[in-house]
Design a protein around this ligand. Sequence first.
Ligand code: ZN
Length: 305
Amino acid sequence: MQQREEVPLEDLAEPFSRHLCEHLRHTDRQGTFERSRFLDACRAFNRGEIDADELRDTTVRLGFQNVIDAFHVVGNEPLEVRFFEDERRGHIRGIRLTDDLLQLVESLGPDDLSAEAEARWRLVETAWSLGLPAHMLTIGYDSGREVLLTPDRTRRKAITPARDALNGYQRGHCFYCFDAISVEPGTPDLAHVDHFFPHVLKRTELGTRVNLDGVWNLVLACQRCNAGPEGKWMRVPALQYLDRLHRRNEYLIQSRHPLRETLMQQTGASEQRRREFLDAVFNEARHTGLGLVPWETPPRGPQAF
Ligand SMILES: [Zn+2]
Protein backbone atom coordinates (compact mmCIF):
# COMPACT_ATOMS: atom_id res chain seq x y z
CA MET A 1 0.00 0.00 0.00
CA GLN A 2 2.79 2.38 0.95
CA GLN A 3 4.38 1.67 -2.41
CA ARG A 4 1.22 2.53 -4.29
CA GLU A 5 0.64 5.81 -2.50
CA GLU A 6 4.03 7.21 -3.44
CA VAL A 7 4.42 8.17 -7.08
CA PRO A 8 7.79 9.56 -8.21
CA LEU A 9 7.67 12.06 -11.10
CA GLU A 10 9.69 9.50 -13.06
CA ASP A 11 6.69 7.12 -12.96
CA LEU A 12 4.12 9.84 -13.51
CA ALA A 13 5.93 11.22 -16.54
CA GLU A 14 5.09 8.38 -18.95
CA PRO A 15 1.26 8.26 -18.55
CA PHE A 16 1.05 12.05 -18.18
CA SER A 17 2.94 12.81 -21.39
CA ARG A 18 1.22 9.95 -23.24
CA HIS A 19 -2.23 11.44 -22.56
CA LEU A 20 -1.04 14.92 -23.54
CA CYS A 21 0.50 13.65 -26.78
CA GLU A 22 -2.79 11.91 -27.62
CA HIS A 23 -4.80 15.05 -26.96
CA LEU A 24 -2.39 17.28 -28.88
CA ARG A 25 -2.97 15.12 -31.93
CA HIS A 26 -6.61 16.21 -32.16
CA THR A 27 -6.52 19.58 -30.33
CA ASP A 28 -3.28 21.52 -30.56
CA ARG A 29 -4.38 24.11 -28.05
CA GLN A 30 -4.09 22.72 -24.51
CA GLY A 31 -4.41 25.83 -22.37
CA THR A 32 -4.83 29.57 -22.35
CA PHE A 33 -1.07 30.24 -22.11
CA GLU A 34 1.02 31.25 -25.13
CA ARG A 35 3.97 28.87 -25.09
CA SER A 36 5.00 25.79 -23.18
CA ARG A 37 8.37 24.10 -23.64
CA PHE A 38 6.88 20.91 -22.27
CA LEU A 39 4.04 20.88 -24.83
CA ASP A 40 6.57 21.67 -27.54
CA ALA A 41 8.44 18.53 -26.49
CA CYS A 42 5.20 16.51 -26.75
CA ARG A 43 4.62 17.94 -30.24
CA ALA A 44 8.20 17.05 -31.19
CA PHE A 45 7.56 13.49 -29.97
CA ASN A 46 4.38 13.30 -32.06
CA ARG A 47 6.43 14.39 -35.12
CA GLY A 48 8.99 11.68 -34.39
CA GLU A 49 11.75 14.20 -33.64
CA ILE A 50 12.51 13.00 -30.11
CA ASP A 51 12.24 9.54 -28.57
CA ALA A 52 10.36 8.26 -25.54
CA ASP A 53 13.35 8.61 -23.21
CA GLU A 54 13.88 12.24 -24.09
CA LEU A 55 10.18 12.95 -23.71
CA ARG A 56 10.18 11.33 -20.27
CA ASP A 57 13.23 13.33 -19.13
CA THR A 58 11.72 16.57 -20.39
CA THR A 59 8.42 15.75 -18.70
CA VAL A 60 10.15 15.18 -15.36
CA ARG A 61 11.99 18.50 -15.69
CA LEU A 62 9.26 20.72 -17.13
CA GLY A 63 5.94 18.89 -17.28
CA PHE A 64 4.75 19.32 -13.72
CA GLN A 65 5.84 22.87 -12.95
CA ASN A 66 2.42 24.47 -12.98
CA VAL A 67 0.27 21.38 -12.86
CA ILE A 68 1.08 20.23 -9.35
CA ASP A 69 0.81 23.74 -7.87
CA ALA A 70 -2.44 24.57 -9.66
CA PHE A 71 -4.16 21.18 -9.39
CA HIS A 72 -6.09 21.95 -6.21
CA VAL A 73 -7.05 25.51 -7.16
CA VAL A 74 -10.51 25.81 -8.70
CA GLY A 75 -11.83 29.26 -9.67
CA ASN A 76 -9.00 30.98 -7.75
CA GLU A 77 -9.96 29.18 -4.55
CA PRO A 78 -7.95 26.33 -3.02
CA LEU A 79 -10.00 23.13 -2.67
CA GLU A 80 -10.63 21.68 0.76
CA VAL A 81 -9.94 18.13 -0.37
CA ARG A 82 -6.49 17.20 -1.54
CA PHE A 83 -5.96 14.26 -3.88
CA PHE A 84 -2.20 14.24 -3.45
CA GLU A 85 0.51 15.93 -1.42
CA ASP A 86 3.42 17.63 -3.14
CA GLU A 87 6.54 15.70 -2.15
CA ARG A 88 8.79 16.88 -4.94
CA ARG A 89 11.32 18.14 -2.42
CA GLY A 90 11.13 15.03 -0.21
CA HIS A 91 12.73 11.64 -0.74
CA ILE A 92 9.91 10.53 -3.09
CA ARG A 93 10.62 13.31 -5.59
CA GLY A 94 7.03 13.11 -6.66
CA ILE A 95 3.58 13.07 -5.14
CA ARG A 96 1.89 11.09 -2.40
CA LEU A 97 -1.69 10.04 -3.14
CA THR A 98 -4.20 10.70 -0.37
CA ASP A 99 -7.11 8.65 1.00
CA ASP A 100 -9.49 11.13 -0.68
CA LEU A 101 -8.18 10.05 -4.07
CA LEU A 102 -8.30 6.36 -3.23
CA GLN A 103 -11.89 6.77 -2.02
CA LEU A 104 -12.81 8.57 -5.24
CA VAL A 105 -11.36 5.73 -7.33
CA GLU A 106 -13.24 3.22 -5.18
CA SER A 107 -16.59 5.03 -5.40
CA LEU A 108 -16.49 5.62 -9.16
CA GLY A 109 -14.36 2.72 -10.36
CA PRO A 110 -11.10 3.30 -12.28
CA ASP A 111 -12.69 2.94 -15.73
CA ASP A 112 -15.53 5.34 -15.04
CA LEU A 113 -13.16 7.83 -13.43
CA SER A 114 -10.97 7.76 -16.54
CA ALA A 115 -14.01 8.25 -18.78
CA GLU A 116 -15.23 11.16 -16.67
CA ALA A 117 -11.79 12.82 -16.65
CA GLU A 118 -11.53 12.35 -20.40
CA ALA A 119 -15.01 13.89 -20.91
CA ARG A 120 -14.08 16.94 -18.83
CA TRP A 121 -10.79 17.32 -20.66
CA ARG A 122 -12.54 17.19 -24.03
CA LEU A 123 -15.03 19.81 -22.96
CA VAL A 124 -12.39 22.19 -21.65
CA GLU A 125 -10.09 21.90 -24.66
CA THR A 126 -13.07 22.55 -26.93
CA ALA A 127 -13.45 25.98 -25.32
CA TRP A 128 -9.71 26.63 -25.71
CA SER A 129 -9.56 25.48 -29.30
CA LEU A 130 -12.53 27.61 -30.30
CA GLY A 131 -10.92 30.57 -28.55
CA LEU A 132 -14.20 31.14 -26.76
CA PRO A 133 -14.63 32.90 -23.46
CA ALA A 134 -16.07 30.34 -21.08
CA HIS A 135 -19.49 32.01 -20.95
CA MET A 136 -19.87 31.61 -24.70
CA LEU A 137 -19.46 27.86 -24.66
CA THR A 138 -22.82 26.21 -25.19
CA ILE A 139 -22.53 22.49 -25.64
CA GLY A 140 -25.20 20.79 -27.74
CA TYR A 141 -26.51 17.25 -27.68
CA ASP A 142 -27.08 14.86 -30.58
CA SER A 143 -29.63 12.29 -29.43
CA GLY A 144 -28.99 10.03 -32.43
CA ARG A 145 -25.30 9.60 -31.70
CA GLU A 146 -25.66 10.27 -27.96
CA VAL A 147 -22.73 12.67 -27.98
CA LEU A 148 -22.12 16.20 -26.77
CA LEU A 149 -21.27 18.58 -29.60
CA THR A 150 -19.41 21.80 -30.18
CA PRO A 151 -21.47 24.98 -30.29
CA ASP A 152 -20.18 25.71 -33.79
CA ARG A 153 -23.33 25.28 -35.85
CA THR A 154 -21.62 25.24 -39.22
CA ARG A 155 -19.55 22.13 -38.53
CA ARG A 156 -20.85 20.44 -35.43
CA LYS A 157 -18.24 18.11 -34.04
CA ALA A 158 -18.65 15.39 -31.45
CA ILE A 159 -16.70 16.18 -28.29
CA THR A 160 -17.44 13.33 -25.95
CA PRO A 161 -20.01 10.59 -25.32
CA ALA A 162 -22.84 12.11 -23.29
CA ARG A 163 -22.77 9.17 -20.88
CA ASP A 164 -19.17 9.82 -19.88
CA ALA A 165 -19.88 13.48 -19.18
CA LEU A 166 -23.01 12.79 -17.13
CA ASN A 167 -21.74 9.86 -15.11
CA GLY A 168 -19.26 11.85 -13.02
CA TYR A 169 -22.16 13.03 -10.90
CA GLN A 170 -24.23 9.84 -10.97
CA ARG A 171 -21.25 7.55 -10.46
CA GLY A 172 -22.73 4.45 -12.00
CA HIS A 173 -26.24 4.79 -10.57
CA CYS A 174 -29.58 5.33 -12.28
CA PHE A 175 -30.85 8.88 -11.77
CA TYR A 176 -34.28 7.67 -10.70
CA CYS A 177 -33.93 4.34 -8.88
CA PHE A 178 -30.16 4.27 -8.03
CA ASP A 179 -29.75 0.82 -9.59
CA ALA A 180 -26.26 0.12 -11.00
CA ILE A 181 -25.71 1.29 -14.58
CA SER A 182 -22.79 1.09 -16.98
CA VAL A 183 -21.50 3.72 -19.39
CA GLU A 184 -19.47 1.31 -21.47
CA PRO A 185 -21.02 0.59 -24.89
CA GLY A 186 -21.81 -3.08 -25.42
CA THR A 187 -22.49 -3.93 -21.77
CA PRO A 188 -25.93 -5.37 -20.94
CA ASP A 189 -26.72 -2.74 -18.28
CA LEU A 190 -25.69 0.18 -20.49
CA ALA A 191 -27.38 3.37 -19.27
CA HIS A 192 -29.85 5.22 -21.46
CA VAL A 193 -29.36 8.96 -21.93
CA ASP A 194 -32.74 10.10 -20.69
CA HIS A 195 -34.55 13.37 -21.35
CA PHE A 196 -35.93 14.28 -17.93
CA PHE A 197 -38.69 16.22 -19.66
CA PRO A 198 -39.47 13.83 -22.51
CA HIS A 199 -38.30 14.77 -25.96
CA VAL A 200 -41.82 14.37 -27.39
CA LEU A 201 -42.42 17.76 -25.79
CA LYS A 202 -40.32 19.18 -28.62
CA ARG A 203 -43.47 18.95 -30.71
CA THR A 204 -45.38 21.19 -28.30
CA GLU A 205 -45.26 24.95 -27.90
CA LEU A 206 -43.06 24.47 -24.83
CA GLY A 207 -40.47 22.69 -26.96
CA THR A 208 -40.18 25.67 -29.29
CA ARG A 209 -39.15 27.95 -26.40
CA VAL A 210 -37.07 25.58 -24.28
CA ASN A 211 -34.07 23.54 -25.44
CA LEU A 212 -35.04 20.05 -24.32
CA ASP A 213 -31.77 18.68 -25.69
CA GLY A 214 -29.90 20.92 -23.25
CA VAL A 215 -27.53 19.27 -20.81
CA TRP A 216 -29.75 20.59 -17.99
CA ASN A 217 -32.44 18.11 -19.14
CA LEU A 218 -30.22 15.03 -19.65
CA VAL A 219 -29.67 12.32 -17.05
CA LEU A 220 -28.57 8.68 -17.15
CA ALA A 221 -31.27 6.13 -16.43
CA CYS A 222 -31.28 2.35 -16.20
CA GLN A 223 -33.07 0.62 -19.05
CA ARG A 224 -35.93 -0.37 -16.74
CA CYS A 225 -36.67 3.21 -15.68
CA ASN A 226 -36.22 4.64 -19.16
CA ALA A 227 -38.06 2.12 -21.27
CA GLY A 228 -39.13 -0.88 -19.17
CA PRO A 229 -42.77 -2.04 -18.73
CA GLU A 230 -43.12 0.30 -15.74
CA GLY A 231 -40.71 2.80 -17.23
CA LYS A 232 -41.00 6.50 -17.67
CA TRP A 233 -41.30 6.60 -21.46
CA MET A 234 -43.03 9.86 -22.37
CA ARG A 235 -44.18 10.84 -18.91
CA VAL A 236 -43.05 13.69 -16.70
CA PRO A 237 -41.31 12.52 -13.52
CA ALA A 238 -42.70 13.31 -10.06
CA LEU A 239 -41.71 16.43 -8.15
CA GLN A 240 -39.09 14.68 -5.97
CA TYR A 241 -37.05 13.99 -9.12
CA LEU A 242 -37.28 17.65 -10.12
CA ASP A 243 -35.59 18.53 -6.82
CA ARG A 244 -32.94 15.94 -7.60
CA LEU A 245 -32.37 17.43 -11.06
CA HIS A 246 -32.02 20.89 -9.55
CA ARG A 247 -29.44 19.56 -7.06
CA ARG A 248 -27.50 17.88 -9.88
CA ASN A 249 -27.39 21.02 -12.01
CA GLU A 250 -26.40 23.16 -9.01
CA TYR A 251 -23.65 20.72 -8.10
CA LEU A 252 -22.15 20.88 -11.61
CA ILE A 253 -22.32 24.67 -11.56
CA GLN A 254 -20.88 25.11 -8.05
CA SER A 255 -18.07 22.61 -8.68
CA ARG A 256 -17.02 24.55 -11.80
CA HIS A 257 -17.64 21.62 -14.08
CA PRO A 258 -16.83 22.43 -17.74
CA LEU A 259 -20.57 22.27 -18.41
CA ARG A 260 -21.21 25.07 -15.90
CA GLU A 261 -21.53 27.84 -18.48
CA THR A 262 -23.75 25.76 -20.69
CA LEU A 263 -26.07 25.00 -17.78
CA MET A 264 -26.25 28.64 -16.73
CA GLN A 265 -26.99 29.78 -20.27
CA GLN A 266 -29.75 27.25 -20.62
CA THR A 267 -31.46 27.72 -17.26
CA GLY A 268 -30.49 31.04 -15.65
CA ALA A 269 -27.67 33.05 -14.11
CA SER A 270 -28.64 32.65 -10.43
CA GLU A 271 -29.77 29.66 -8.43
CA GLN A 272 -33.17 31.29 -7.89
CA ARG A 273 -33.65 31.87 -11.63
CA ARG A 274 -32.66 28.29 -12.37
CA ARG A 275 -35.12 26.94 -9.81
CA GLU A 276 -37.89 29.11 -11.25
CA PHE A 277 -36.99 27.89 -14.73
CA LEU A 278 -37.31 24.22 -13.72
CA ASP A 279 -40.58 24.87 -11.84
CA ALA A 280 -42.03 26.70 -14.84
CA VAL A 281 -41.09 23.93 -17.28
CA PHE A 282 -42.46 21.34 -14.84
CA ASN A 283 -45.83 23.10 -14.54
CA GLU A 284 -46.12 23.62 -18.27
CA ALA A 285 -45.09 20.08 -19.09
CA ARG A 286 -47.68 18.65 -16.71
CA HIS A 287 -50.42 20.64 -18.41
CA THR A 288 -49.65 19.08 -21.76
CA GLY A 289 -51.22 15.86 -20.51
CA LEU A 290 -47.96 13.93 -20.29
CA GLY A 291 -47.64 14.70 -16.61
CA LEU A 292 -51.20 14.26 -15.37
CA VAL A 293 -50.07 11.08 -13.65
CA PRO A 294 -46.49 11.86 -12.57
CA TRP A 295 -44.12 8.95 -13.06
CA GLU A 296 -42.45 7.38 -10.03
CA THR A 297 -40.47 4.25 -9.30
CA PRO A 298 -39.43 2.52 -6.08
CA PRO A 299 -35.71 2.83 -5.26
CA ARG A 300 -33.62 -0.20 -6.20
CA GLY A 301 -30.54 0.89 -4.31
CA PRO A 302 -29.48 3.22 -1.50
CA GLN A 303 -29.78 6.93 -2.23
CA ALA A 304 -26.62 7.79 -4.15
CA PHE A 305 -27.08 11.57 -4.67
ZN1 ZN B 1 -33.58 3.09 -12.75
